[in-house]
Design a protein around this ligand. Structure first.
Ligand code: NAP
Length: 482
């Protein structure tokens, strides 16, 4: 399946036309499992982005005024188009990103589910008539699409991260300029093809690939772009927040994390190990909600480590396209180098590698899933995002100590805890400074709930009823003289 059933789009979509970069320049897209180039995409810049914004601006009034029933029909059509192409889309995602096929299938399915969720949710977005202080007035509070939305997405979930932005934007009546990550552009570009196939009007969805600085620069400078929704690193997110000031754009930011995973003595150990494997090793440790720091209470520590070590040793590493593979390659050499640096730092400070710890025999960017014990607060991974298959285990004695350690980070995205004590669960709900908290579960993302971080992990929510709010502008209208 070399062109993935015609779903590998190698051009950009601007105003309904597929086109290359003005310069004719292209960027190679590689398969991280094999090192092979699977195709190219346009190396577009500011001029192409400005045209995409102009197309989105021209389409905005018409799309915003389109009957709600029609917008909902098109969104359901988009959901169905995704699911009709589930398998080739999953294969394309694995080919450019590296994650095992079963995870890629899950990502396509949840992306489709986000589209369906927002098609349903927009029908329940109500305004208000507020009681007026005098009888001759009526005070209306109404919601309207915010305008042209720019969506910038990362390589780790190149399909579903765009779904979480396209769904609410299109449902609300906004038009979109999207910029997928350069490492994984095809899972983003294909949204444009499927949207065209099901009948979205020209200009409603535009997708450009290429220089992040030039594309980002044109987006941030534009008066027409009223909202920027970004998923990626905290560093780039901060830059975009600064750049948004000049045109006072709405921004929502899904940024980095440093998730603690706390295992108390009273935990269900089987459940804790199962949750630990999902929360740490999904997508080779390259998710924003991946566990960065395991805190394990002294009474259960040694048993937990022994069980974790066995589970990690049993992971099947290989090309994600092959049956039975649970761990693919990392996205690039930079990611591997960072994990190596963190292992060297931890062992120099007294940590012990009890499993893995080296590049994998497959070569390339494959890395052995790793467990380190004896982790301490002065080690690099205590404060920095690992973004790789490295589990760092800290030991603690009291609940108070675990909570303080868990919160001692600038990030605030996801936190996990395993306990059977109900009162403690509510203390954790109150005490953990995180936007997402999993009690007795290592996998909590779902379309029905608001996903988003606190502190330097971002602002705004994706999913849930809250996921629409950032795409709506609220107007107050006073009707007087009645
Ligand atoms: P990244 O380097 O910040 O890149 C994210 C996106 O921003 C890419 O499309 C990138 O383009 C673009 N970009 C880079 N510099 C830019 C600039 N100056 N102006 C405009 N756009 C720019 O992040 P990443 O390495 O792809 O993704 C990993 C990070 O994303 C991790 O920190 C992870 O925690 C975070 N993440 C957060 C969530 C969440 O929901 N909170 C979800 C997933 C990932 P290029 O690809 O062309 O460089």
């Amino acid at each position: 399946m070399t062109d993935f059933n015609g779903l590998m789009c190698t051009a950009n979509l601007i105003g309904g036309q597929w086109a290359g970069a003005d310069s004719g320049g292209t960027i190679d897209v590689g398969n991280p499992a094999t090192g092979e180039v699977i195709g190219t995409v346009p190396n577009a810049g500011a001029a192409e982005t400005e045209r995409a914004i102009a197309a989105a601006a021209a389409a905005f009034r018409g799309w915003a005024a389109t009957d709600l029933a029609q917008r909902v029909r098109l969104l359901h059509g988009l959901h169905d188009a995704l699911m009709d192409n589930h398998e080739p889309l999953a294969q394309l995602l694995t080919a450019e990103q590296g994650k095992p096929l079963f995870e890629a299938r899950g990502e396509i399915a949840i992306g489709a589910a986000y589209i369906r969720w927002f098609a349903e949710e927009i029908r329940r977005t109500k305004g208000e008539i507020v009681p007026a202080p005098t009888g001759d007035r009526r005070l209306l509070v109404t919601h309207h699409p915010v305008g042209v939305v720019a969506a910038i997405t990362p390589w780790n979930f190149p399909s579903s991260m765009l779904a979480r932005k396209l769904g609410p934007a299109l449902a609300a009546g906004c038009t979109v300029v999207a910029k997928p990550a350069t490492a994984t552009p095809y899972s983003g570009l294909v949204w444009g093809k499927l949207a065209q196939d099901v009948g979205f009007p020209d200009g409603v969805i535009n997708i450009v690939t290429g220089s992040s600085r030039q594309i980002g620069g044109a987006i941030m400078a534009s008066q027409d772009v009223r909202k920027v929704t970004f998923t990626g690193s905290t560093e780039v997110g901060k830059t975009l927040i600064r750049q948004s000031a000049d045109t006072v754009k709405k921004v929502s930011m899904e940024l980095g994390g440093n998730a603690p995973f706390i295992v108390f003595d009273d935990a269900d150990l089987d459940a804790a190990i199962e949750g630990a494997m999902i929360a740490k090793f999904r997508n080779m440790g390259q998710t924003c909600v991946c566990t960065n720091r395991f805190y394990v209470q002294a009474g259960i520590h040694d048993t937990f480590v022994a069980r974790l070590k066995d589970a990690v040793a049993a992971l099947v590493v290989g090309n994600g396209a092959e049956d039975g593979v649970q761990q693919g390659p990392m996205i690039d050499e930079g990611g591997v180098a960072k994990v190596e640096e963190m292992i060297a730092d931890a062992t120099a400070r007294g940590g012990t590698v009890v499993q893995g710890g080296r590049r994998h025999g497959n070569g390339g960017t494959f890395f052995e899933p790793t467990v380190i014990t004896g982790a301490t607060a002065d080690m690099q991974f205590a404060t920095e995002e690992i973004f790789g298959p490295l589990a760092a285990v800290f030991k603690f004695d009291s609940e108070q100590e675990a909570l303080a350690a868990a919160n001692s980070t600038d990030y605030g995205l996801a936190a996990y805890a395993y306990t059977r004590d109900l009162a403690r669960t509510f203390r954790l709900n109150q005490g953990l400074d995180y936007g997402l908290i999993g009690i007795n579960s290592g996998l909590i993302t779902t379309v029905e709930a608001p996903f988003g971080g606190l502190k330097e992990s971002g602002m705004g929510k994706e999913g849930g009823s809250q996921g629409l709010e950032d795409y709506l502008a609220t107007k107050y209208t006073c009707v007087a003289g009645l």
